[in-house]
Design a protein around this ligand. Structure first.
Ligand SMILES: O=P(O)(O)O[C@H]1O[C@H](CO)[C@@H](O)[C@H]1O
Length: 426
């Protein structure tokens, strides 16, 4: 049976237990006396990040008096602590206390509390605004993650859903116009979707789009969430699971990335053939913690997350749409928001990284976990600085600018690629 989505109360009230098991059974004052008073103790704890359920209880009896305590995480963020004792002479006595301060306004506080371990206050912080800045005026600006989701890279949504046609979900950040590839779109602001991470930055297209690219039904995220914004990786990737639940079958992900490979040039597209999960290697993985079996198994193979056949198709579709010098390489994600030092860039070269960014990897992890096919690509928005003699420095404005300059060609690519992908049955 699936866990309840409410915060829930401890199973069985203390009074109920007391009355049924101990009081009546234990003291010989009732008709159904079964003998000597019995001592017992028990305890349990539930901490389910997926549903947000968080409560525990312990109780003990010496056969005469029952004592116990339970704690419940309330939806308003407070913890309710009930300490009680009971005996057959005086009845049930409870002392109810609350810890923390009730918070009502932002949905994301609840979301954070439910999904993540991190402090809820980090959610809507200044990094988020930065993200909005990236996405610019609603049609995407700089950073790949949010926008990519929306417009092109989400993958096939809904395939099992409607008459066997696959939906692609597209995610992306920096490429605002990718959302324009979605025809007859129904748009939902993230802030209107219950428990969805929320963007509050002006002009930011934090929107989920439902529509079509060609005849393929798609769900498109206009705007994504990053670890450096203060979101946990499970919050960053929650939309991927939402897509799965909506029936999406393929996730198409795009991003803006720095070129680590010295032969890469700004403006090129790199199809992702593999990835290095730096955060994951250090133990920060969106799948850390309780495994929700409804989405997938505890352990997840990642060696086959990217399909060479899909990339082959992408290469020919890209060439058809006029993309020049399409690269295929290894994407690595860092936590950000700092760009790489010269030493870090050189380290990554040694490790075989071709492009670096701050997104995508955790999204593909969660997609693979829940059985979505994945197609991912990067736009090289800057060439990473690998020499101390260089006067170049990466900056967010440049990333945004290059993303803007290239979003037209990316849109053309995605408009062709998603229907081809759906048709190819890859
Ligand atoms: O990966 P996306 O979201 O496209 O954006 C990339 O661009 C931003 C840095 O300029 C970071 O957010 C990085 O991840």
């Amino acid at each position: 049976e699936p866990p309840s989505s409410g915060y829930g109360t401890p199973l069985g009230s203390p009074l109920g237990n007391y009355g049924n098991q101990n009081y009546e059974g234990g003291n010989g004052h009732h008709d159904n006396d079964h003998g000597e008073p019995k001592s017992y103790e028990f305890g349990y704890q539930v901490k389910d990040e997926y549903t947000g359920n968080n409560y525990n209880r312990k109780e003990a009896s010496d056969g005469n008096q029952v004592r116990g305590e339970y704690r419940v995480q309330l939806p308003d963020g407070r913890t309710q602590i009930v300490t009680y004792y009971a005996d057959w002479q005086t009845g049930f006595h409870a002392d109810v206390k609350y810890e923390g301060t009730a918070q009502y306004p932002e949905q994301y506080n609840n979301y954070q509390g439910g999904y993540n371990n991190g402090p809820s206050g980090q959610y809507g912080g200044s990094n988020y605004a930065q993200n909005n800045g990236y996405n610019g005026g609603g049609s995407a600006t700089s950073s790949v993650s949010i926008k990519d989701y929306s417009s092109g890279s989400g993958g096939q949504y809904n395939s099992g859903y409607n008459s066997g046609s696959n939906y692609d979900s597209y995610s992306g950040n920096n490429f605002g116009s990718l959302g324009d590839a979605v025809t007859n779109a129904t748009k939902f602001d993230y802030k209107d979707i219950p428990n969805f991470p929320v963007s509050t930055v002006m002009g930011h297209a934090g929107r989920l789009l439902f529509g079509h690219i060609g005849s393929t039904p798609v769900v498109c995220m206009q705007g994504r969430f990053h670890f450096y914004e203060g979101y946990s990786l499970s919050a960053c990737t929650m939309p991927v699971r939402l897509m799965k639940l909506l029936g999406v079958t393929t996730l198409v992900v795009s991003n803006a990335a720095g070129g680590i490979n010295p032969s890469y040039r700004t403006g090129q597209i790199m199809l992702i053939k593999d990835q290095i999960n730096f955060l994951g290697l250090a133990g920060v993985n969106p799948l850390r913690g309780h495994n929700d079996e409804r989405f997938g198994d505890r352990f997840v193979a990642m060696n086959d997350v990217f399909d060479p056949e899909i990339n082959k198709l992408a290469k020919s579709v890209g060439e058809m749409t006029g993309l020049k010098e399409i690269q295929e390489g290894v994407y690595a994600s860092v936590g950000g928001p700092t760009y790489e030092t010269v030493a870090e860039v050189n380290l990554m070269r040694v490790l075989g990284v071709d492009a670096v960014g701050m997104s995508t990897v955790h999204e593909t992890v969660v997609a693979k976990h829940c059985g979505l096919k994945v197609f991912a690509f990067s736009l090289i928005t800057n060439e990473c600085v690998a020499s101390y003699s260089s006067k170049e420095t990466p900056d967010g404005e440049e990333v945004l600018q290059v993303a803007k300059e290239n979003e037209g060609k990316l849109k053309g690519f995605v408009e062709k690629m998603i229907p081809h992908l759906a048709k190819s049955k890859l």
